[in-house]
Structures are given as structure tokens and as C-alpha cells.
Design a protein around this ligand. Sequence first.
Ligand code: ZN
Length: 311
Amino acid sequence: MRYQAFCHAPLFCFLAATGWSAHGDPGQPLKAMVLTGQNNHGWQVLSAHYKNILEQTGLFEVDMVTSPPSGGDMSEFNPDFSSYDVIVIEYNGDYWPESTQKSFEEYMENGGGMVYGHAVNHTFRDWVAFNEMMGIGAWGGRDEKAGPYVHYRDGKIFLDNRPGHAGECIDAHEFEVVTREPDHPIMRGLPPLWLHGKDELYSNQRGPAKNMTILGTAYSDPKYEAHWGVEKQGTGEHEPMVSTIRYGKGRVFGTPMGHVDGGAKPGSAWPAIDCVGFITLIQRGAEWAATGEVTQKAPEDFPSESEAKFR
Ligand code: ZN
């Protein structure tokens, strides 16, 4: 999106119109930023993992941007979003300064890319635009004011406006992810159903869900206990696990998968993020968010219906 961000310049507008700029500079890697520094989950492990798996595609050059710690002085925190094709948000913490929020909104409106994973959806309850970018959120004091509950029923997105707390977390277990949009570039060539590594299964998320497409779901089975919410067991609903959202000219890829304990040691193994399904979705989701296309082939070690696979 490097050029679309500067579309007041006629040459760049021409390049954007030809489609040339959708891939950044020809022959050059896409530029990705992993933005991290605060999360009640293991952000050191998660951010390093995102950097590694994006670099492994050979498509991305990745910079890490780390915010001040929780409670620190955020007033100077102002990353240069417009120099990047995609921003991977691995952050759940203090509000960014208003000028930084505005700069991120402009970046996305002008065609930026965003990727987010597990627990990011707790953050920034009162930042309206950010919630529109995520499509759905949970916790952080969210209730019906955040938007409807978002589930998947009868082959389509199902919005439920009943009031109530947002977010339950089902006991971590291996669970099946069902592909709902097999022709979407992110899902193309992946199996219709596959087993995800042991992970927390977020349920009863709610949010604006504008311009949101659910690419994959997981069943929140009532046989499992639920925590940190109102329900005491799985919802019996098909919960959004893989989604895209259009925000202005920008593209967002999001998943609630990818749990890592807070304080996890760098380099430690976590089935939720070492899962080849998760890795593939992040790699493909980031390329799609950056360019609108996916050139990566489905890996040969992708999980099957009966077996989760790890790297
Ligand atoms: Zn978690």
C-alpha cells in the first residue's frame, strides 16, 4: 500500500490504478511491522513468532516496534505506519495517544493492512475505529454497546443483538476449524476441516461486524467448561475463528486463535501458535492484508481432519 497512502501525487495514483503498487516495489519484499509491548499474554513469544513466520515466507521484511510498558509514558509513541504494507498488532494494553490513533486510522482508510491474533480483541474498547477494524472484540468491559454477538448459522454470519457481556473462553483443547469461504485467497487449497493445536476457544465475541467476512469457524462445544464470562460452558454456536474485515480501502485479517501464557519464556513451544494451520493462516492473512492476493501454496504438512501438525 506504500503508494496508495500518497494518492495526492498523480504518478502514484497512476501506479495504484495499474495494480503495480499492490505488491509494493517490484522485486522488493513487503514491509511488515510487528507492533507489540503490552499484553496479558506472552507478547515476547508471540511477537518473535510472528516475525519468524513472516520472514520464513521469503515475502516479508519485518520490523519489530515495541511500545512503552504498561503504565509508561505513551505520549511519544508514534510508529510510522505509512512505511509499511501490513501492521501485525500483537498488543493489548494502554491507549495510544490520540494523534497515533488518528495516524493509524488514516493508514487503514488509505489502503493499509492489519493482522491481529488472540487477545488483541480485549484492547481499546472505546476506540470506535479500531473496533470497526477488528470487527469483533471481547472482554475489556464490552457489552451490547460494542455491537451484536457474532456467530455463524445456516451458512452465513449471524448477528445477535441480545444484551450481555462479551467473551467467554472455553477450556483449551484441540478443536476443528471449518472452512466457510473455500474460494477466498487466504483459504484456497486448504482442507474443508482441520484440527487446530490445543488452544483457548473464544466464544460470544461481539462487535460492529461491519464489512466482515467469516472465512472459518470452530464449534464451541457445551461439553467444555467456559471461563471469564457469563456462560459456564461452550455456547453450542459456531464461533468466528478466521475473518477478514474491509475498513476504508484497508484490509484486516483477524483470528482469536493463538494463546500463549503471560510471562511465557522466549523460545518456548506453544501448540496454539506452533500449529501449522495457525502459521499458514497468519502467513497468508498477512500477504492478503498487504496486497489483496495470496501467492503462497498450501504447505504439505498442513493438519488433517484427525491430526494436528506442528513446527
Ligand atoms: Zn489466552
